[in-house]
Ligand binder design. Structure first.
Ligand SMILES: [Fe+2]
Length: 302
C-alpha cells in the first residue's frame, strides 16, 4: 500500500552496513572492479529493504557513517554537490567507485544549528574538494542505487574512543534528537541510515578469490551470540534495552557500534518500542552484518 506521510518527519530508519564487498558483488557501473557473485543473502536483504522503501515518499537520506571520523566534534556535508573517486583503503581491489551526489544543504545547516543549540560541537563541511567517505557512499548505494535523492552525511566523532563508551553514547543520543528536530523544522520526509556492522572481529587473510563463499563464516561464536542478542532486542521493540547494553556490546563484540551510528538512529527514531524488520543477516570477512528497518507508520497501524 502506498503511503503519503506528512512533511517534517522521519518516515523510515535502517541499519545499513557498508562492507565494500556488497557493492563489489553488485557490479554497478560506478565501481571499477568486477565480481562473479558473493554475499547474496545480505544483498537480497538490501533488495527487500529497497522494495519496502519504494512504497515511501522520501525527500532526503541522512546517513551517519563510522568511516568519516572527526576529532573536533561532528561534521556535516554542507555543499550542494560532491563528486570524485572513492577508494577503500583496505580493499582497493574491491572498491574504486566514482561518486556524484547531491546534498540537502538547508537540512545540513538545520542539523548543525539544532546540535549547537543542544550544546554539541558541530561544523558544516564546506570544502568542495572533500572526499566523501566510503561508508556513507556504500550505505546510500545499497539502499538507493539510483542516487535520485539528496543526502546529508554526518561524521562520527571520536568520543567513544577518546572519553569512553558512556560519554560517546550520551552525545549520540543528543545528536539523534537534534537530527529529528531539524527534520521536523525543515519539513523534510527523511530516511535515516546507520552505516555500521554489528560484531566486527574479522579475518586478516583474504582468499585468492575474494567472493569465494566457502571461506565466509562467522569469526567467533561469542560475537555471534552478541549479535543475536542485539538483533532479538531490536526485533522485539526493545531498543531501550539495546541502548542500555550497547557499551558492553561494543566491548564484547568489538562492535562498529562504537562509532555511534546505531545509537544516533535509535535516538532519532525516539527509541522504537515497535519491532524492527530484519531483512538479512550475514558475515563479511567474518564480521556480523544485519540489515534492519524501522517503519513508524507500520507501528502506528498496530
Ligand atoms: Fe566499516
Amino acid at each position: 500500500m502506498s503511503t503519503a506521510p506528512a512533511p517534517g518527519q522521519i518516515v523510515a530508519g535502517a541499519l545499513a552496513p557498508h562492507p565494500p564487498h556488497l557493492v563489489y558483488a553488485e557490479n554497478p557501473p560506478q565501481n571499477e572492479p568486477r565480481a562473479e557473485c558473493g554475499w547474496e543473502v545480505l544483498r537480497w536483504g538490501y533488495e527487500r529493504l529497497r522494495a519496502d522503501l519504494q512504497k515511501k515518499q522520501i525527500d532526503v537520506i541522512i546517513v551517519h557513517s563510522p568511516h568519516w571520523k572527526t576529532t573536533q566534534g561532528t561534521h556535516v556535508l554542507a555543499l550542494p554537490q560532491f563528486q570524485g573517486l572513492s577508494v577503500d583503503p583496505i580493499f582497493p581491489h574491491l572498491f574504486r567507485y566514482q561518486y556524484d551526489l547531491r546534498v540537502d544543504v538547508e537540512l545540513a545547516h538545520a542539523i548543525v544549528a539544532e546540535g549547537r543549540a543542544a550544546g554539541l560541537e558541530l561544523q558544516p563541511m564546506e570544502n568542495p574538494k572533500f572526499r566523501v567517505d566510503y561508508g556513507s557512499i556504500i550505505s546510500c548505494h545499497m539502499t538507493r542505487p539510483t542516487w535520485d535523492l539528496p543526502i546529508v552525511a554526518i561524521s562520527s566523532n571520536r568520543a567513544h574512543f577518546d572519553f569512553g563508551n558512556e560519554v560517546g553514547e550520551q552525545l549520540q543520543v543528543r545528536l539523534g534528537e537534534a537530527t529529528r528536530r531539524a527534520v521536523e523544522r525543515t519539513g523534510r520526509r527523511a530516511l535515516l541510515l546507520a552505516s555500521n556492522s554489528l560484531s566486527h572481529r574479522h579475518f586478516t587473510v583474504e582468499p585468492a578469490l575474494p567472493e569465494d563463499m566457502t571461506h565466509e563464516h562467522i569469526y567467533h561464536h561469542g560475537q555471534y551470540l552478541w549479535d543475536m542478542r542485539m538483533i532479538n532486542h531490536l526485533r522485539a521493540g526493545r531498543s531501550r534495552q539495546a541502548l542500555a547494553e550497547m557499551p558492553d556490546f561494543i566491548d564484547g563484540a568489538i562492535s562498529e557500534c562504537k562509532d555511534g551510528s546505531l545509537t544516533w538512529l535509535l535516538s532519532a527514531l525516539g527509541f522504537p518500542a515497535y519491532p524492527a524488520e530484519l531483512y538479512g543477516y550475514g558475515t563479511v570477512i567474518g564480521t556480523g552484518n544485519a540489515i534492519m528497518g524501522w517503519d513508524p507508520a507500520r507501528a502506528e497501524a498496530r
